[in-house]
Design a protein around this ligand. Structure first.
Ligand SMILES: *Cc1c(COP(=O)(O)O)cnc(C)c1O
Length: 388
């Protein structure tokens, strides 16, 4: 059977992997080496030096490429290293149109590293601006995150790609939140997908990593060249851990979603919850586009507690199963307060204007038992209100 015929939960287990030919080892080994012996000067096995080629990394790259329906995967040492390398593929002076609600580290990279090197950036709210207005002639690349963080806003990837291609721009989508289990941007018209594999793809909060998947060989050749020329590659152990994590990606995403739905039902009944953000709730402003381009959504929820900042802080500090931490997408549940943590660097009035209220709480719902998670949130809410 060709890989293209297989369903995604089969691909998560098998794609890109072969049994090791000498011993039959079922898992691709960790090729922990920096170089490879050559029988004769300049005659080698295809493996010359490990920045350029590593079989463990290549298994990971083939696997994620298959999950995303892409031509090629190119792995990196972090999500931001992946993003950096995509930006290096642009010519000097290129203009990038970027969603106004992207991951903070992406914004910092664009504004404080690449702007100084001659790229220009404009930021738009893709949920409020038509692609024709958002993407001017002369744009070289459109950078989209959907759903966004922490408000889980949805951009219409197909509509953006149509306009971008009409002006000769390529479209890169950060698919970290949805994962290929629930959204495949290349099928919607994007040219490049970027992941922080640190999050759901690895899923066990024990690796920092990134990957780029490209739709065609031309941009693939450029980014592959840059992977070697710039050198921000992941090590073999981290590649192997991510590959192992992917085996359960489909199962985990289903369970994250199942638990999130239970937590949502509980939050929905509370009178002290003012607003819930989850793109696949019919009441969510992103619902129509989300149900068109996604086939599910995982464990990310954000909601606004009718409370001041100190009460929200106390809630976040009072949970026992939900760990108070940044990051997301691991098997364990996390809670965080964007106004005080991930988004604290945005001035308070700007933050509130963007919908990041003081009582906004973000949950990364893990794969524990949902009833235990709800009991934990319930106890923490009571503790936060008690004032003790
Ligand atoms: C974490 C994250 C990144 C950055 O990835 P690192 O692996 O931390 O470098 C990029 N985009 C999104 C949406 C993220 O959540």
């Amino acid at each position: 059977m060709a890989e293209g015929d297989l369903k995604i939960s089969t691909l998560t287990v098998h794609a890109g992997q072969h049994h090791e030919p000498i011993t039959g080892a079922v898992m691709p080994p960790v090729f922990q080496t920096s170089t490879y012996a050559q029988p004769w000067p300049a005659k080698h096995t295809g493996y010359e030096y490990a920045r350029t080629h590593n079989p463990t990394r290549e298994a990971l790259e083939r696997c994620v490429a298959a999950l995303e329906h892409g031509h090629e995967g190119i792995a990196f040492g972090s999500g931001l290293a992946a993003t950096t390398t995509v930006l290096h593929a642009l010519p000097a002076g290129a203009h990038v149109v970027c969603g106004d609600d992207v991951y903070g580290g992406t914004y910092r990279l664009f504004e404080r590293v690449f702007r100084d090197r001659g790229l220009t950036f404009s930021y738009v709210d893709f949920t409020a601006t038509a692609p024709e207005d958002a993407i001017p002639e002369g744009t070289a690349m459109v950078w989209v995150e959907s759903p966004t963080n922490p408000l889980l806003k949805i951009a219409d990837i197909a509509a953006i790609a149509t306009r971008a291609h009409a002006v000769g721009a390529i479209v890169a989508v950060d698919n970290t939140f949805a994962t290929p289990i629930f959204q495949r941007p290349l099928d919607l018209g994007a040219d490049v997908v970027v992941h922080s594999t640190t999050k759901y793809i690895n899923g066990h909060s024990d690796v920092v990593g990134g990957i780029v998947v490209v739709k065609d060989s031309e941009i693939g050749r450029k980014i592959k060249f840059l992977q070697n020329a710039v050198g921000a590659v992941p090590g073999p152990w981290d590649s192997w851990l991510v590959l192992r994590g992917i085996k359960t990606l489909a199962l985990r995403m289903e369970r994250h979603q199942f638990n999130a739905h239970k937590v949502l039902a509980w939050l929905g009944q509370r009178s002290d919850v003012k607003k819930i953000h989850y793109p696949l709730l019919p009441s969510d402003p992103g619902y129509a586009v989300a149900s068109k381009q996604m086939c599910g959504f995982g464990g990310m929820i954000s909601f606004v507690l009718d409370a001041d900042l100190p009460t929200a802080e106390k809630l976040c500090a009072s949970t026992k199963l939900f760990t108070l931490a940044e990051s997301l997408g691991g098997v364990e549940s996390l809670i965080e307060l964007p106004a005080a943590m991930t988004h604290a660097s945005i001035p308070a009035d700007m933050r509130r204007a963007r919908g990041i209220e003081d009582g906004l709480i973000r949950l990364s719902v893990g794969i524990e038992d949902a009833d235990d998670l709800i009991a934990d949130l319930d106890a923490a809410m009571r503790a936060a209100r008690s004032g003790s």
